[in-house]
Design a protein around this ligand. Sequence first.
Ligand SMILES: C[S@@+](CC[C@H](N)C(=O)[O-])C[C@H]1O[C@@H](n2cnc3c(N)ncnc32)[C@H](O)[C@@H]1O
Length: 275
Amino acid sequence: MKKTSPSSPTTSFAELADWQRLLSAPLPDVDVRKLLQQKNFFRAPKHNDQIARQHSILLDKILGFDLKGLEEKLVKQGRIKLPDGSFEYWGPAIHDGAQTWVGLDVQTLNTPYGVLLRICELLELKNETVIDLGAAHGRLGVVMGAQYPLAHFIGYEYVPERVHEANRIYERWSCSNAKCEVQDLFAKDFVLPEVDVYFIYDYGRHDHINATLGQISLEAAKRPIRLVARGQATNKLIADHHPWALEDYIGAGEEHFNIYQASPETQVAPLEELS
Ligand SMILES: C[S@@+](CC[C@H](N)C(=O)[O-])C[C@H]1O[C@@H](n2cnc3c(N)ncnc32)[C@H](O)[C@@H]1O
C-alpha cells in the first residue's frame, strides 16, 4: 500500500523535478488531491513555452490522463479512411467534416495548465459558469475543479472519446463542479447556453468559429459576458468580424490569449458571413 512519506513530494513546485518526483514516488490519491489545491501545482515553473509543455506532460501523467492511447485509436480510424492523410484531414474524415484535429500533438491540441490557471486568475473566478467551446480533454475543468470549487465548468466537445476521458478524470479527482458533454457546436439545433464566460481556443473550421462568435455576440447583447479567445484564428476573426468584442478587454498583452468583456452597452455588430 502506498503511504504518504514526509520526504516526498516536495510541495514547493518550483522546478520540473518537483513534479517528476511525484511520478517516480506516487502518492495515494487522497494526498495528490491536497496537492491539486496548491496554486503552484498548476503553475509552470518558468515563462517559457517548452517548460510549459513539459510541465503539462507531467501533470497529464500525474492526473492519470491516457491521452496517447486515446488519440492513437482516433488516428487509426483516420488512417483507415485516409492512409496518406495527416492531422489536418483525419478529423474531418472520421467526424463528418468537423475539424477535430485528430493526429495533432496533444500538447498543441490542449492549452497548457499554466496558461489555464493564468486565465482563471485574470477572470477572478468566484461562482461563475465557464463554458469551453471545443474542450478537447477538458483540462480547464481540472484546474477549476481543484482551484475554483464554487465556480462551474462545462466543456462541449465533438469527440466522445475525449469527453469520456475528461469526465473519468473529473470523477477520479472529485471535480464535482466540472463536466464535459458531447456536442457539435455547429449542429443546427445547438443553442448556446447563457453563461458568464465563454472560452474558445481555435476549435475548428473558421466558418464554424465565426458562427459561434456570432452566437456569443447575441448573448452579449442581452447581458454582460466575458470571452476568452486563444489562438490566431479566433483572435483574427474577432479583429476582422466582431469589433463589439474589442471595445473593452482585460488580459491585454497576455502572450497566449485575450479576454474580452462585452455587454448590451457595447455596440454589437450583426453576424457577418465569411466570404
Ligand atoms: C484546439 S482544441 C482546444 C482544447 C481546449 N479548449 C483547450 O484550450 O485546452 C479544439 C477542440 O474543439 C473540438 N471541436 C472541433 N470542432 C468542433 C465542433 N463542431 N463541435 C465541438 N467541438 C469541436 C476539437 O475536437 C478539439 O478537441
